[in-house]
Design a protein. Structure first.
Length: 428
């Protein structure tokens, strides 16, 4: 069903947002001229990378604030942003920046989406540094094709002093030709300014060497431990290290702060009520994130991997069977459920995901199930399917505190749903 806003061409909406940005900058007196802003974009890893940069800079004694999908930190004050908008409205952004200046912050780290860049929500904002974690399959319903998506992401590199880019990305050559300022690359497989070697799982995280080319092009080596699993988090850490090195943060501070990183809510977050299997929540909702997260969890699971996930309504439909196929590849059991269906029929969404599962060889009723009610799906995975040594991965919502059904935002928490299901099981 078409809504009134759907009838307005996106180009017209973008002009409207451009005027909003102009007015917001005037009202709040162009705050990005006073505070240095680090912009972080990418398909996956934005929130963790923003949080890592903030954590390291704060440990270095820098007065720093941040805005991410999960929360805004203005000095020591915390503002909840855990709904469905990663990049706030122009007025919210400029208001937060002005508050950061009042709080004495010298740096601000801002998580920026391709929608925020395309829709001019960050227009007239002077970025000091631009970080792009990766650019993979996502939001093609909006951008229409990968090239347009990549072009939009590259806007964050315009006029910056530093460009922080992933050397392992297929898009690296194209992105490195965009924007201005000094290029600092990071990576694992290819030669980069900041690279990781000898990566190994250790406890609840990963240990690796960080090799840094200094201004004299000489190699510096750090041995770091990050209490978050997965190669994808190694990339996030490398992006953060590459960024903070531009601000002359000492190596010891980097090593110590990475070791003590508290993690991010809804990002490989464990729910533990004393059960004999693991329950992990993660925001993974793209094919690349599925590949990385499920691959990591599979390698760390003693018995079976069980996954609960859905796909957002009125969003990129092409990725649904792709994610289904990836889940079928890594998981022993899968429960397909709802994830913000909006105005779409949830049964239509689950059927599209199921096509990918069936392609992987999964069988409905034997290795995967369709349970549209997310509470019921989590409960089924936790109380019926899970056994000793299993891992239950609940993906797609992570930190979010609402579920969009029929265009209405209803209170929601994967954390509460998982905890309640575990407590129910343990009472039996």
């Amino acid at each position: 069903m078409k809504r009134l806003t759907d009838l307005v061409p996106q180009e017209i909406k973008n002009i409207y947002h451009l005027f909003q940005s102009a007015i917001a900058n005037v009202i709040y007196r162009f705050p990005s001229r006073t505070i240095n802003v680090i912009g972080v974009t990418g398909t996956d890893g934005k929130t963790t990378t923003v949080s890592l940069i903030h954590h390291i800079l704060k440990a270095a004694g820098v007065k720093v604030s941040m805005i991410s999908t999960v929360k805004a930190l203005v000095g020591e004050a915390i503002f909840d942003t855990g709904f469905h908008v990663t990049t706030p409205s122009p007025f919210e952004i400029q208001k937060f920046l002005r508050l950061m200046i009042k709080a004495g912050s010298k740096l601000a780290i801002l998580e920026v989406t391709s929608h925020g860049l395309d829709q001019n929500r960050v227009a007239f904002l002077n970025f000091h540094s631009g970080v792009i974690t990766n650019v993979t399959h996502e939001h093609l319903d909006y951008h229409k094709n990968y090239e347009a998506y990549l072009k939009t992401k590259s806007k964050i590199l315009e006029g910056v002093k530093y460009r922080i880019l992933n050397a392992d990305e297929p898009s690296f050559a194209k992105l490195s030709a965009k924007g201005s300022g000094r290029l600092i690359s990071f990576g694992i497989r290819k030669d980069a300014d900041v690279s990781a070697k000898k990566i190994q799982n250790k406890g609840n995280g990963v240990e690796f060497e960080v090799h840094i080319k200094n201004s004299a092009r000489e190699q510096e080596k750090l041995i770091v431990f990050l209490p978050m699993p997965g190669i994808f988090n190694v990339y996030n850490a490398l992006a953060a290290v590459a960024c903070v090195r531009a601000f002359d943060v000492e190596n010891k501070v980097i090593v110590d702060s990475l070791k003590n990183f508290p993690g991010v809510v809804g990002r490989v977050e464990e729910i533990d009520e004393g059960q004999n299997f693991k329950v992990i929540l993660d925001f993974a909702h793209t094919p690349n994130a599925f590949q990385q997260t499920l691959g990591t969890l599979k390698s760390r699971t003693r018995n079976r991997l069980i996954c609960v996930f859905g796909a957002a309504g009125e969003r990129d439909i092409l990725k649904r069977p792709i994610m289904g196929e990836i889940a079928g590849k890594f998981c022993d059991y899968v429960v397909i459920t709802s994830e913000d269906p909006r105005h779409e029929d949830i049964n239509k969404i689950t059927k599209e995901i199921a096509k990918g599962l069936e392609k992987s060889g999964a069988v409905l009723g034997e290795s995967f199930w369709e349970v549209p009610d997310r509470v019921g799906a989590i409960k089924y995975a936790v109380t019926t399917l899970a056994k000793d040594g299993d891992t239950v991965a609940i993906l797609g919502k992570g930190h979010e505190k609402s579920m969009n059904i029929g265009g209405v935002e209803y209170p929601w928490s994967d954390q509460i749903a998982a905890s309640n299901a575990l407590l129910e099981r343990l009472k039996k």
